[in-house]
Design a binder for this molecule. Structure first.
Ligand SMILES: Nc1ncnc2c1ncn2[C@@H]1O[C@H](C[S@+](CC[C@H]([NH3+])C(=O)[O-])CC(=O)[O-])[C@@H](O)[C@H]1O
Ligand SMILES: O=C(O)C(=O)Cc1ccccc1
Length: 242
């Protein structure tokens, strides 16, 4: 697959709300790599977790799969027979490219691609569910019901990986983490204009919450255990066990 450079916010513009359209899908590998600290570490660890947590004859869900990076990692590492990976995204542009991307690799575990809202996705017999930077795009008041639907469809001992951009409850520390993230983006070649215009685009679309809020809600949704396993600046990854 060709990897195009993300220049979406490089020119001064009337900034519209961020949306996962064709333009974003075209540059997504470059955008996520240059924007999300720890993205590769999280995918690498997801491979290890798949070896440990996938259960024979179960479903594995990648919710908000974008181009299928987490799907491919789980397919590569799944050692259990009779599993199906169900990869869901409500952006047709993303899913179209995910299909091409996934077809470029071979694997034993079948992958079903579904263009639908994850909130309308039936979760059944799940040993693993991945929400890798997806829940943050769901309206906050809908997050508990989305997570409850997921927990209800998971098998005992099943694993949820939830990665999110987070907000620190201490305003000063929150600003420190945001500064560090912006420095990370500058180091990766984004200009001040790109950083500030993207921030505006995301303002109404991506609502961040504190780690405590996430962990408490995971318990409320029906998970028995939940903890942070990784954080890089204001990007955090949590695990929950049903
Ligand atoms: N309600 C929804 N239903 C389904 N999909 C949705 C919904 N809302 C947003 N999405 C989809 O969630 C994805 C979020 S990106 C995930 C990266 C990927 N997980 C990765 O591991 O590379 C994260 C980011 O761009 O920061 C997009 O593809 C949206 O279309
Ligand atoms: O780019 C940012 O500032 C982010 O917060 C991460 C991100 C990455 C890709 C799409 C949307 C948000």
């Amino acid at each position: 697959m060709s990897h195009l450079t993300d220049t979406i916010y490089a020119s001064q513009q009337q900034v519209a709300d961020f949306n996962f359209d064709q333009q974003v899908a075209d540059v997504f590998p470059d955008m996520i790599q240059r924007s999300v600290p720890g993205y590769q570490t999280i995918l690498h660890t997801l491979g290890l977790l798949t070896e440990r947590y996938s259960q024979a004859n179960s479903n594995i869900y990648d919710l908000g799969c974008s181009l299928g990076a987490a799907t491919l990692m789980m397919r590569r590492h799944n050692k259990q027979p009779g599993c199906t990976i169900i990869s869901v995204d409500n952006s047709a542009a993303m899913l179209e490219r995910a299909e091409q991307h996934i077809n470029n690799y071979r694997g034993d575990t079948p992958v079903q691609l579904c263009c639908q809202d994850l909130q309308e996705t039936e979760i059944i017999n799940a040993s693993m569910v991945v929400l890798n930077f997806t829940l943050q795009f769901i309206a906050p008041e809908q997050r508990l019901s989305a997570l409850t639907n997921i927990a209800n469809g998971m098998n005992d001992g099943g694993l949820l990986l939830l990665s999110e951009k987070i907000q620190h409850p201490d305003g000063v520390m929150n600003d420190v983490l945001i500064d560090l993230h912006h420095e990370f983006k500058r180091t990766n070649g984004y200009s001040e204009l790109e950083i500030s215009q993207k921030r505006t685009a995301l303002e109404n679309v991506m609502i961040t919450e504190s780690v405590d809020h996430h962990l408490q809600r995971l318990k409320e949704a029906g998970f028995s255990h939940a903890a942070v396993w990784y954080q890089s600046y204001n990007f955090c990854s949590m695990l929950a066990i049903k």
